[in-house]
Write a protein that binds this ligand. Structure first.
Ligand SMILES: [Zn+2]
Length: 457
């Protein structure tokens, strides 16, 4: 007997036409729902462009609607709801507050946190989407899974822990907040076969495991790693370092957005982007031009700013929500055989640097630096002296050289890096080589940018 390919074979193997039909039915209902239940947020936005729900008759009409939600709009809506209704969950809250049974938030380290709300129904979607994601990565009921995301942080914290438990796996909620020593102690004692966390956590474990446990990460027994929260699994060199560091573990990329609507990469030799695993719950791959905000034709290879729309979330449903990532869409079939569309995340719209007309993603810079390991450690920072996106060349970058290099080798490496960045990414870099381990490490998201203008005041 062969094992099933998907967690939910019926939903995950539907044809594009079947999905399209299902999506439209749900979308039509959802448009009416948010219009009726959000008198301070969604309804005025429809009214402002003269679009009554009944006027939206097809996907093309839907795609002509403007961006309706973003982080900035959320912040304002949270303030208004705090004043008007005495809760910070935003005027886009479409369900009665007593039906909201789960809340999580952003960290709140840079200003007030953003809150996300779930009804019981919404949580079931969260659990279902993660089960589909993790099943495709090979995680099965009964597996012990080390959870290394920040527990209080974002949708990857508690929502993933509960989703793993709901699918029958055994999450070990070590959490990034407890630090690397505690996490490795949990790993030593519980012997997980899978790890979920950020790519930088996976790399940090490889680096620290020999010191803390006295043996390499390859002996932890972890066979599957599903990362999220930052590019990494899609970067060839990071991928190589993580899979080798964990002794041939399989590495998958995932992305859940704020509502637990998971997506996951497949086990193809080359990174194929992430498969959308829950097309009947949301549209992940709507694209607009980041400058004009006009819709971009949804063709194979198209690149644009992503908008997410959920079809049946009740509490705080995203609708034409600009979440700030630049995506590339792939509509042609994947070599792995799984149906449906895929996408790659190119970086944050806000992170996109403009070095005298040349568009540069910090993640792409990191990829180049990574390709020089072990002569570099892979750690780097782009140093910005003024707010992005405009940067006057040369672009300043700090790069950690690898252990054991002598001065002349460091200088040669620096010259090679400048040439490689110029050749591959077309910008001129001013590189400062710094000692191994001198840049701060993080168990959360890998930091790529250092802002000197923020420290100045
Ligand atoms: Zn695939």
């Amino acid at each position: 007997m062969s094992e099933k390919d998907f967690w939910n074979v019926e939903m995950e193997s539907k044809s594009a036409e079947q999905i399209r039909e299902l999506q439209w039915q749900k979308l039509e209902t959802q448009i009416q729902y948010i219009y009726d239940n959000s008198p301070d947020f969604y309804r005025p936005r429809f009214d402002a462009v003269g679009a009554h729900p009944k006027d939206i008759k097809c996907f093309d009409d839907f795609r002509q609607l403007p961006i309706m939600r973003s982080k900035e709009m959320d912040r304002e809506a949270q303030e208004v709801s705090a004043q008007r209704y005495g809760h910070p969950y935003g005027t886009y809250l479409c369900a009665p507050l007593e039906d909201v049974i789960h809340i999580y938030s952003t960290s709140g380290t840079s200003g007030e946190p953003s809150f996300y709300t779930f009804t019981e129904h919404d949580l079931k979607i969260n659990d279902e989407c993660w089960a589909r994601t993790y099943w495709r990565a090979g995680i099965r009921p009964g597996d012990t899974v080390l959870h290394g995301f920040g527990l209080s942080m974002w949708s990857a914290g508690v929502p993933i822990v509960r989703a793993l438990a709901a699918m029958g796996a055994r999450p070990i909620a070590a959490g990034a907040e407890g630090g690397i020593e505690r996490m490795l102690m949990f790993a030593r004692l519980t012997r997980p076969t899978a790890l979920v966390g950020t790519p930088s956590l996976a790399e940090y474990i490889i680096e620290k495991c020999p010191d803390i446990l006295g043996y390499p990460a390859s002996e932890l027994g972890i066979k599957t790693i599903v990362v999220a929260g930052a590019p990494g699994a899609g970067l060839e060199d990071v991928r190589k370092r993580i899979t080798e560091g964990f002794g041939g573990a399989k590495l998958f990329d995932s992305s859940q957005g704020a509502w637990g609507l998971g997506n996951v990469s497949c086990d193809s030799e080359q990174y194929q982007g992430m498969h959308v695993v829950s097309p009947e719950h949301c549209i992940w791959t709507d694209l607009v031009d980041p400058d004009t905000r006009e819709p971009i034709p949804l063709e194979h290879g198209a690149v644009g700013e992503g908008l997410i729309t959920a079809f049946d979330h009740q509490a705080g449903p995203p609708f034409r929500y600009a979440f700030g990532d630049m995506l590339q869409l792939f509509t042609e079939p994947c070599s792995c055989g799984a149906p449906g569309w895929r996408f790659k995340i190119h970086g944050r719209v806000d992170d996109l640097l403009n070095v005298k007309g040349i568009k540069v993603y910090p993640a792409a810079v990191r990829n180049v630096i990574n390709s020089f390991t072990p002569r570099t450690t892979g750690e780097m920072r782009i140093v910005l002296d003024s707010p992005p996106p405009a940067v006057n060349p040369p672009l300043k970058i700090k790069v950690e050289y690898g252990a054991g290099l002598v001065e002349s080798e460091i200088e040669t490496l620096r010259e090679e890096l400048v040439d490689k960045l110029k050749g591959r990414l077309r910008f001129t870099a001013a590189i400062e080589m710094v000692e191994p381990e001198s840049l701060e490490r993080s168990t959360l998201k890998g930091k790529l940018i250092e802002k000197t203008y923020e420290q100045a005041d």
